[in-house]
Design a protein around this ligand. Structure first.
Ligand SMILES: [Zn+2]
Length: 458
């Protein structure tokens, strides 16, 4: 379909997330040239006519949600690895199946993940662990075609044994250091120079044990040289602390700080097992954290000290992680969990209020991606990444505070319209850039074939 160059959204309840956290009832948003050009209150008329008008009566408009930790290759593994301990989960299911991916599987899995994300209001994401066998290029092109904003973090590794002899990672996922570093560099050169591009290449060192100390130092150097950002899993399970203590005499975060990877250009997923001194250091270094509540609960990893990290000055965003550990890519559901689990952990219902959680899913996610001046809130001059949620549902009425209904009552399936860079990706709940029928129709057969090829009995 031909894309309108300007869109006027009318009669909306606009949750701006601007510095004053204004909520404008009955307002309009004018989108021109991919950006928000005007926001008006009730009764005010837009300065210009738009090519397309969208009535948002009975809907709320929120900034596009930002998923700071997602595995694009895992939606095809949905339902394959439930109710297992982390080691069995990884070694007996997730790794062998992922190690049997073809490039076509990599692309289709990315499409399925993006389809689910778009349909539940996510506009930007950080995809971790994009390994060579999934086909980085094919996935990057799929992101361009889907119309989302995606940071693809190329995996680098040089220690498939995770510190043990013999290796625990299946051959299909092992990459030679020279090859993965070369691919990371070449993808950084290719994608990060596209001005205004929606795809960016990051670097993802495998979790502690998957890389030697030398490689972590090399990644820190490479990130500095190329201006690339870094993301990795860290301190996810208690075993990570034991490993770091045994091998480096440090906590996982102390080690990461030592090799030069702590800081505002790095994003660490999970961070469940931190000492109080680690929490202070995460804050002082202004590091970014991807909090993945569903994953931490389902894999029984533990509950991270999110309010404490925020208090210390760290930037914490939210992530859905992957289908084997969540099992969905719905950021709206993730927001509710992020709010309620901390209340139970701290026995304090006042902690993690709804506005703070929405901030994590929008503004803080934008900061974790280094895009806080471009996305994350509805303000004139920012990119038009917008999500319309239909409130005409029994579980969404009545409301007094719309942010509360979005965080505590809404579901991803309430999303009606999604706009990224001023382009419509979803309208009336229908995907416009991805072929939903093909992708959904293909998923079962593809999973069956993958499992048969991997030899896993799931
Ligand atoms: Zn993960």
């Amino acid at each position: 379909m031909a894309e309108p160059s300007s869109i006027l959204i009318e009669d909306a309840i606009i949750v701006t997330m601007d510095p004053r956290r204004r909520v404008i009832e009955g307002g309009h948003i004018l989108v021109e040239g991919g950006k928000i050009s005007e926001i008006g209150g009730p009764g005010s008329k837009p300065r210009r006519k738009a090519e397309q008008r969208i009535s948002a009566k009975g809907m709320t408009v929120i900034p596009g949600l930002i998923d700071t930790h997602v595995h694009l290759a895992q939606s095809l593994l949905r339902g394959c690895a439930d109710d297992l301990s982390l080691v069995d989960w990884l070694k007996k299911r997730v790794w062998p199946i992922q190690g049997s991916f073809t490039r076509e599987d990599g692309k289709v899995s990315a499409e399925l993940s993006m389809l689910e994300m778009i349909k539940s209001g996510t506009t930007s994401f950080v995809a971790v662990d994009v390994v060579a066998r999934y086909g980085f290029e094919g996935i990057a092109n799929a992101v361009v075609e889907a119309g989302m904003r995606g940071a693809l973090a190329k995996t680098v590794m040089d220690s498939p044994g995770y510190g043990r002899k013999g290796g625990i990672m299946p051959a299909g996922l092992v990459e030679k250091k020279e090859e993965c570093v070369r691919e990371a560099k070449s993808m950084i050169r290719k994608w990060n120079r596209v001005k205004g591009g929606r795809v960016r290449t990051w670097v993802a060192p495998r979790s502690l044990g998957g890389c030697t100390r030398e490689l972590y130092e090399e990644v820190a150097e490479l990130a500095r040289e190329q201006g690339a950002r870094v993301t990795m899993h860290l301190a996810e399970v208690r075993e990570d602390v034991r490993y770091a203590k045994q091998n480096f005499g440090l906590t996982p975060f102390e080690f990461i700080e030592k090799v030069g990877l702590a800081g505002p250009r790095s994003l660490f997923a999970h961070m469940v097992w931190l000492s109080d001194s680690d929490v202070g250091m995460v804050g002082r270094t202004r590091s970014n954290v991807a909090h993945c509540p569903s994953s931490n609960l389902k894999l029984a990893s533990g509950i991270p000290k999110v309010p404490e990290m925020l208090e210390a000055g760290a930037n914490v965003g939210l992530g859905c992680d992957g289908a084997p550990c969540n099992n969905s890519y719905d950021m709206i559901r993730e927001m509710k969990l992020a709010a309620v689990i901390q209340k139970a952990r701290l026995l304090d219902p006042r902690t993690m209020p709804a506005p703070k959680v929405l901030e994590m899913a929008t503004l803080r996610g934008a900061r974790a991606m280094g895009m806080e001046s471009e996305v994350g809130s509805i303000e004139a001059g920012k990119k038009a990444d917008l999500v319309l949620i239909d409130l005409k549902k029994p579980h969404l009425v009545p409301y007094r505070d719309i942010v509360s209904n979005v965080v505590y009552s809404a579901m991803g399936s309430d999303v009606d319209t999604v706009i990224v860079d001023g382009k419509l990706l979803l309208r009336g709940g229908k995907a416009l850039t991805l072929d939903e029928e093909r992708i959904v129709g293909d998923a079962q057969k593809r999973q069956d074939e993958l499992i048969a090829r991997s030899g896993v009995r799931a």
